[in-house]
Design a protein around this ligand. Structure first.
Ligand code: PLP
Length: 380
């Protein structure tokens, strides 16, 4: 008897980003523009609230759905930002990162054999999660000429009308693309006409630099067919605290909670205390971090422009997505790493052929050095 991975696991290749980090870890003097997490620490008040909860001995499980006070604050945040009402009792679920929330939605709401349309390029986990659910992933390739926004045309072209679920993420990882409320209207209309559920990953919603973020759930007829995911990893620089949440109509949250209560019981308690404080008192720190990301974004975009590299004006998250000067993006990224000690990730790790993901979640001084190194690499 040996441990043969189950077919659905054997079918999924290891994450392309991980492989790249492992290469980078073996080298010295690397500047990494490869990471998908903030270079800041969580706001001090949030960390202190976590510490204080430990000092007071708050080390038990919480309610399965998360602490009531936190669910109220999350619902309050959605109300203030978007005028969207979610009932903290049965329409909000606190999870171990947005990652768990997304996983629960797939497993609780998608049947084996269902088709999951996934706007690509995308965060690395959406396709594997479809395979783990025994569903059929259907890539919907967004285009450079549309600045990687999701359009009715690409949805139709991909055959997404026949899908059961549409998975999308704006502001986007890896492209940094954002969509305005007007632009989302045609996606919403497509979902309504074809009776699609929408899984909307809005984990970068606080990081939209050129216009206010719009949640697709605010559009007509969408709240009832959408699960919104969000969390504390990106906006509050709390990746390691592992806290996220989902918001959806009660029947969806109830189904998701049925899996959550047997697999996770409850999200990390210390992190929930930190998150309460984050929502109550840390908006200034979020704004400060956002301003710094925005400065770096403009700098990186202007440097690619100076180098003559095609890079659309990404307006969100902390990524830009330039076209790769070489045909083989993996070879380019590996050579850049070896010769210039700069780590970036080939776009195909995210279903984005011909492009590179460059993260600016790195201090401005390092960014300056890294951009100089990229320039000397491509001109040398
Ligand atoms: N969704 C997107 C689009 C991401 O980029 C990431 C992390 O990189 C996640 C979800 C995971 O978030 P969490 O840390 O809350 O699990």
């Amino acid at each position: 008897m040996t441990f043969e991975p189950a077919e659905r696991v054997a079918d999924v290749p290891p994450s392309g980003i991980r492989r790249f980090f492992e290469l980078a870890e073996e080298m010295d003097d690397i500047i990494s523009l490869g990471v998908g997490e903030p270079d800041f620490s969580a706001p001090w008040a949030a960390r202190e609230a976590g510490i204080a909860s430990l000092e007071r001995g708050r080390t038990s499980y919480t309610a399965n759905r998360g602490m009531r006070e936190l669910r109220e604050l999350i619902a309050g945040d959605m109300r203030t930002r978007y005028g969207l009402e979610y009932d903290p009792d049965d329409e909000v679920l606190v999870t171990t990162g947005a990652s768990e929330a997304i996983d629960l939605a797939y497993r609780a709401l998608i049947d084996p054999g269902d088709t999951v349309a996934i706007a690509q390029p995308s965060f690395v986990s959406y396709v594997p999660k479809a395979i783990f659910t025994d569903a059929e992933p259907l890539p919907v390739q967004t285009r450079r000429e549309d600045e990687f926004k999701l359009t009715r045309a690409v949805l139709e072209e991909a055959g997404a009308a026949a899908a059961d679920v549409l998975v999308m993420c704006y502001p986007n990882n890896p492209t940094g693309a954002t969509m305005t409320g007007d632009e989302l209207q045609e996606v919403a209309a497509f979902a309504r006409e074809n009776d699609l559920l929408v899984f909307s990953d809005e984990i970068y919603s606080a990081l939209s630099y050129e216009h206010e973020h719009t949640s697709i759930a605010t559009l007509e007829g969408m709240r009832e067919r959408t699960v919104v995911f969000n969390g504390f990893s990106k906006a509050y620089a709390m990746t390691g605290l592992r806290l996220g949440y989902a918001m959806a109509p009660a029947e969806a949250i109830d189904a998701m909670n049925r899996i959550h209560q047997y697999t996770m019981l409850s999200a990390p308690t210390t992190a929930q205390y930190a998150a309460i404080e984050a929502l109550e008192s840390c908006s200034d720190e979020v704004e400060t971090m956002c301003n710094q990301y925005d400065r770096r974004r403009k700098f990186v975009l202007s440097r690619f422009d100076e180098m003559g590299i095609d890079c659309f004006r990404a307006a969100g998250a902390f990524y830009v997505f330039p076209a790769c000067p070489w045909d083989d993006t993996t070879a380019f990224a590996e050579a850049l790493l070896e010769e210039e000690r700069v780590a970036i990730v080939p776009g195909e790790a995210f279903g984005g052929e011909g492009h590179l993901r460059v993260s600016y979640a790195t201090g401005l001084e390092d960014l300056k050095t890294a951009m100089n190194r990229i320039e000397s690499f491509i001109s040398g």
